[in-house]
Design a protein around this ligand. Structure first.
Ligand SMILES: [Zn+2]
Length: 252
């Protein structure tokens, strides 16, 4: 084994099966949609898992809960078809509401065991000034799930647990990170990302989409300024072993 395999970051370009876990239905695409579309284009199977039901941010106040959920699911499918998402799942916890770390973690571990990804994406819960608790809770629950999903005494769905065989996860990619160590080339897939973001009409007005797109374009050019491509997405890519008693992970 090479020392890089112990302390270096894993190679995200080798991802074959990706599970991208987001607090809300638009987070994966806004923060990493170009990367996820590029991995799908390269042949990776890409799955999305949303932690919350997204109902708090729905703009149209006249919709019933069923109508809102139907719209959220339809928009997620529409955007997923653009990015190349094979299937989207949802844990349906209340958006900006009360739910426990352990319940979220169990749902995440269950989906890791079901889907057996080699790379996992999520939002970075250690980004300073991140104030949205759904993002902090999701990021922490995903990071801890990466540490423990192979421990079979941790129970989720009995059928999923019974069929599960432990395996080695290649790595985790945190998006919206203040400590990114990787810039992924999205110059060929950024149009898909923007088209996907425009699908989230329940939560984003045309003006919101225009503002987000403008801010993202500036940041994508900034990330790519020392790279041989025009637009990139910054990610903090780590191995599972970096997520526990490994203080130098911040410097990787
Ligand atoms: Zn969010």
């Amino acid at each position: 084994m090479k020392i890089e395999d112990l302390i270096g970051k894993p190679d995200l370009t080798q991802a074959k099966r990706v599970l991208a876990i987001q607090p809300h239905y638009d987070d994966n695409d806004i923060a990493a949609g170009g990367t996820l579309a590029a991995l799908a284009d390269a042949g990776a199977e890409v799955y999305y898992l949303s932690v919350t039901d997204d109902l708090v941010g729905v703009i149209d106040q006249s919709l019933t809960e069923e109508e809102m959920k139907a719209q959220i699911v339809a928009e997620q499918q529409e955007a997923g078809a653009i990015i190349g998402v094979k299937k989207s799942f949802n844990l349906w916890f209340p958006d900006a509401g009360e739910y426990t770390h352990h319940h979220v973690r169990a749902g995440i571990v269950q989906h890791i065991r079901m889907l057996r990804p080699d790379f996992i994406f999520t939002c970075d819960p250690w980004t300073p000034y991140e104030a949205h608790r759904d993002h902090i809770k999701t990021g922490l629950a995903v990071a801890e799930s990466v540490l423990i999903f192979n421990l079979r005494r941790i129970k989720t769905d009995p059928q999923v647990d019974a069929a599960f065989e432990p395996y080695e996860l290649g790595g985790i990619a945190f998006y919206a990170s203040a400590y990114s160590n990787t810039v992924f080339d999205i110059s060929k897939t950024r149009e898909k990302k923007y088209a996907a973001i425009a699908c989230y009409r329940a939560q984003l007005s045309p003006n919101d989409v225009a503002q987000i797109s403008m801010m993202l374009d500036i940041k994508e050019r900034d990330w790519a300024k020392d790279e041989p491509f025009s637009h990139g997405e910054g990610l903090k890519v780590l191995r599972p072993r970096h997520l526990h008693v490994f203080p130098d992970a911040v410097y990787i």
